[in-house]
Design a protein around this ligand. Structure first.
Ligand SMILES: [Zn+2]
Length: 97
């Protein structure tokens, strides 16, 4: 699998990567801790749900974000790509400057 995004202002503020709902199935279940290789480091991560009313209070729903347990700080405009080469391999994250 491969999932790529450009970091938005909101994601930089939250220091998390937005995960499109249809792509959630590519990742471990919500709240479950897993590892992502970033360069030579193995960083713990999880995906959590944040309730949202961006399409109006009558249509509450959830947005999903990938959080890293790391001091790494995402910056607006960076390109983040997350890949997993096979079901048994680790997740890997590449972040553009
Ligand atoms: Zn929303």
């Amino acid at each position: 699998m491969k999932y790529s995004r450009k970091v938005s202002k909101e994601e930089a503020q939250k220091n998390a990567v937005f995960i499109d709902k249809p792509k959630l199935k590519l990742f471990p279940e919500l709240g479950k801790e897993f590892k992502i290789k970033i360069g030579k480091k193995n960083v713990s991560a999880h995906i959590n749900a944040v309730s949202c009313t961006c399409v109006g209070p009558e249509k509450p729903h959830e947005h999903y974000y990938l959080h890293l347990f790391s001091s790494l700080q995402f910056k607006k405009g960076q390109k983040v790509s997350i890949s997993k080469k096979s079901p048994k391999s680790d997740f890997e994250m590449k972040i553009s400057k």
